[in-house]
Design a protein around this ligand. Structure first.
Ligand code: CAA
Length: 259
C-alpha cells in the first residue's frame, strides 16, 4: 500500500494536516501538493472544523521542493508542472478558514514558501527558515522573493535570497515572519491549544477577519479601510455578533452558533 502523503486528523474544531514524507524531510512534489490540496478542501467543507493547522515533523516542516524530482526537468517540464502555483489558487480562492503553519525544524525553499502561504506561522524554538535556491542555481519560484520581502522587508529578504543562509526562529520572529515562538517540547499541542482558542469564536467572523487582514496586502490603505468597514457592518447581520455583545453585557460566556 502506498504511503499516505498528508495525514488528516480532527481535534475538537481544529483540523490538523501533517506532511508525511519523513525520509526526505517532507520534500514537496506533485503528489504531496495534490494530496494537501484535497485534504485542505475536505476540511474547508467540514462545518465542524473552524481552524486548520498545517505541520510537518519535528525535524522538518518541509525542506523545499523535491530536488531529486526537479533535477532532470526541462523548461517545459517545470512550465507544465506549476504544482504549487496551482496549489496557491486553491488556498487563495477556496480556503476561507484560517490556516496556521506550525513550523518545527527546517522550512526551506518551497517549504518556507508553503508556510508563508498560510495565514500565520507559529515556530518551534528549533525552526529554521531560508530560501537556499541560489545554491542550486535557481531562484525561489513559489513566492519566496515576494511574500518574504513583504514579511521581512527588502534588506533581510535580499540577504536571505542572495546568500541562501538560514534564519533561526528568534530572527524570524523579530523580522516579522513568525507570529510567536513556542518551546520545542509539546510544540504541536501548544499550537493546537491556540488554534482551539480561535476555533471557539464564531466561524464566519474568523473567516471575515482573515479576509480583511489579507486584503491589507493587496489593496491601498483607503481601499482596505473601506473594505474593512463594509465587512464590520456585515458582522451586525450575524446572530453571533448579537450573542457576543449580549454575553459581554450580561457578564457570561458567549455561545456562538456560527450564524
Ligand atoms: N528534495 C529532495 N530530497 C531532500 C530535500 C529536498 N529538498 N531535502 C532533503 N532531502 C533528502 C536528502 O537528500 C536525504 O535523503 P537521503 O537520506 O536519501 O540521502 C534526506 O532528505 C535527509 O536529508 P539530509 O541527509 O541532507 O539531512 P541533513 O540533516 O544533513 O540536512 C538540510 C538537512 C539542511 C535541510 C538538507 O537536507 C538540505 O539542504 N536540503 C535541501 C534544502 C533546499 O535546498 N531546499 C530548496 C529546494 S528548491 C525549491 O524549493 C525551489 C522552489 O522554490 C520551488
Amino acid at each position: 500500500m502506498s504511503e499516505q502523503l498528508v495525514l488528516s486528523t480532527i481535534q475538537g474544531k481544529v483540523g490538523i494536516l501533517t506532511l508525511n514524507r519523513p525520509k526526505v524531510l517532507n520534500a514537496l512534489n506533485n503528489d504531496i501538493m495534490l494530496a494537501l490540496s484535497n485534504e485542505l478542501l475536505a476540511l474547508e467543507k467540514n462545518e465542524n472544523v473552524h481552524v486548520i493547522v498545517l505541520t510537518g515533523s519535528e525535524k522538518a516542516f518541509a525542506a523545499g521542493a523535491d530536488i531529486s524530482a526537479m533535477q532532470k526537468w526541462s523548461y517545459m517540464d517545470v512550465y507544465k508542472s506549476d504544482y504549487i502555483g496551482g496549489f496557491w489558487e486553491t488556498m487563495k480562492t477556496s480556503i476561507r478558514k484560517p490556516v496556521i503553519a506550525a513550523v518545527s525544524g527546517y522550512a526551506l525553499g518551497g517549504g518556507c514558501e508553503l508556510a508563508m502561504m498560510c495565514d500565520l506561522i507559529y515556530a518551534a524554538e528549533n525552526a529554521k527558515f531560508g530560501q537556499p535556491e541560489i545554491k542550486l542555481g535557481t531562484i525561489p519560484g513559489l513566492g519566496g522573493t515576494q511574500r518574504l520581502t513583504r514579511a521581512v522587508g527588502k534588506a533581510k529578504a535580499m540577504d536571505l535570497v542572495l546568500t541562501g543562509r538560514f534564519m533561526d526562529a528568534q530572527e524570524a520572529e523579530s523580522a516579522g515572519l513568525v507570529a510567536r515562538i513556542l518551546p520545542n517540547e509539546n510544540f504541536l499541542d501548544e499550537v493546537i491549544k491556540i488554534a482551539d482558542g480561535m476555533a471557539n469564536f464564531s466561524s464566519p467572523v474568523l473567516m471575515m477577519a482573515k479576509q480583511c487582514v489579507n486584503a491589507a496586502l493587496e489593496t491601498t490603505l483607503e481601499q482596505g479601510l473601506a473594505y474593512e468597514r463594509r465587512v464590520f457592518h456585515a458582522t451586525f447581520a450575524l446572530e453571533d455578533q448579537k450573542e457576543g455583545m449580549s454575553a459581554f453585557v450580561e457578564k457570561r460566556a458567549p455561545n456562538f452558533k456560527n450564524m
